[in-house]
Ligand binder design. Structure first.
Ligand code: RRO
Length: 311
């Protein structure tokens, strides 16, 4: 029997699959559903210093190949998520806090607060496509300022939720900063800004018109980012892949590309919490059919992807 246990930043996860920040994870009742599912961790909604209502509805739409949304960071404010981190300890799976600053200075307060909380890891979101700010992750000076401020706190693993980089030179820049500031894990990628138009109604499918595109549309871009960063970073930096994972086969492709675990967003919104068990089971079946006993067995085979002899 194969198993999909894995490690992120030294913390054990019972399976390779868990929820991505941003889908049905803003309030206690929603988080409780994730806690009771086969998601191997509980990732909470990215939070800001003050609570936010988010953007006008309709702000989420399922579409042919995934989804578009402009949620606009609706959240209860960081103090609530600090309470939730304590509450969810009893589930014995890692609780991941996600923080999103509206300006560079916010990150210091947010990360400092979660460093003193019961959260097990902190994902620092520098890639939200739906606020009035430009995406910090595309401004390397801003990223360096954020990292300088937050890397002073040393106790809990810190990760960066990255935007999609569409040119490898950007992967190189960000990997230098990740190494310089000893970031423990990265989550790549966030949704990618775009527009989806319904040709029947002749209008955009969400109120805000533009929004973050997720699901199948972005899977190859996510895989490319995971692989490039896997090749650029020390293997001590854990990589969480996200972007279009809705089956065990998708998860297996991310594993081959270099991801240590994957998060699920669009498929969770569409299918509900059963997706975590289903994708885990499908991944186990693939591993078994290929005679891999564990995630570690496949990791040893990853360099095959680098080899031109495959083609
Ligand atoms: O809340 C959002 O609009 C949102 C966030 Br914080 C994010 O990181 N990514 C995204 O697609 N939407």
């Amino acid at each position: 029997m194969s198993n999909t246990e894995t490690y992120i930043a030294g913390l054990k996860l019972d399976s390779y699959i868990f929820n991505a920040s941003g889908v049905n994870d803003s309030v206690l009742e929603e988080l409780e559903i994730i806690a009771n599912s086969k998601s191997s961790a509980i990732t909470m909604k990215s939070c800001t210093i003050e609570p936010r209502k988010g953007n006008k509805e309709p702000r989420y739409a399922r579409t042919a190949y995934g989804s578009i949304q402009s949620m606009g960071l609706p959240n209860l404010g960081y103090k609530k998520y600090i309470e939730f981190a304590s509450y969810f300890k009893k589930y014995n799976k890692p609780v991941i806090a996600s923080v999103a600053g509206l300006c560079i200075e916010d990150y210091k307060l947010l990360v400092g607060a979660f460093q003193k909380s019961d959260a097990d890891m902190i994902e620092v979101n520098i890639s939200c496509p739906n606020t009035d700010n430009s995406i910090f992750g595309y401004d390397f000076e801003a990223v360096e300022n954020i990292l300088y401020d937050i890397s002073k706190f040393k106790n809990k693993p810190l990760g960066l939720k990255l935007p999609a980089y569409l040119d490898s030179s950007y992967n190189k820049f960000i990997s230098k900063l990740i190494r310089k500031y000893n970031i423990s894990f990265i989550t790549c990628i966030n949704s990618i800004g775009g527009l989806i138009i319904n040709s029947e109604t002749e209008s955009p499918v969400i109120k805000n018109r533009f929004g973050g595109i997720s699901g199948n549309y972005i899977k190859p871009i996510a895989l490319g980012n995971v692989r490039r960063l896997y090749e650029l970073l020390d293997k001590k930096v854990s990589i969480i892949g996200v972007g279009g994972i809705s089956s065990g086969q998708d998860a297996f492709e991310f594993l081959l590309a270099g991801a240590d675990a994957v998060q699920v967003a669009t498929a969770f919104e569409k299918e509900g919490p059963s997706c975590f068990r289903r994708i885990k089971n499908e991944l186990e079946e693939i591993l078994e059919s290929k005679n891999y006993k564990s995630i570690g067995d496949v990791k040893g085979r990853r360099e095959v992807i680098s080899s031109p002899s495959l083609f």
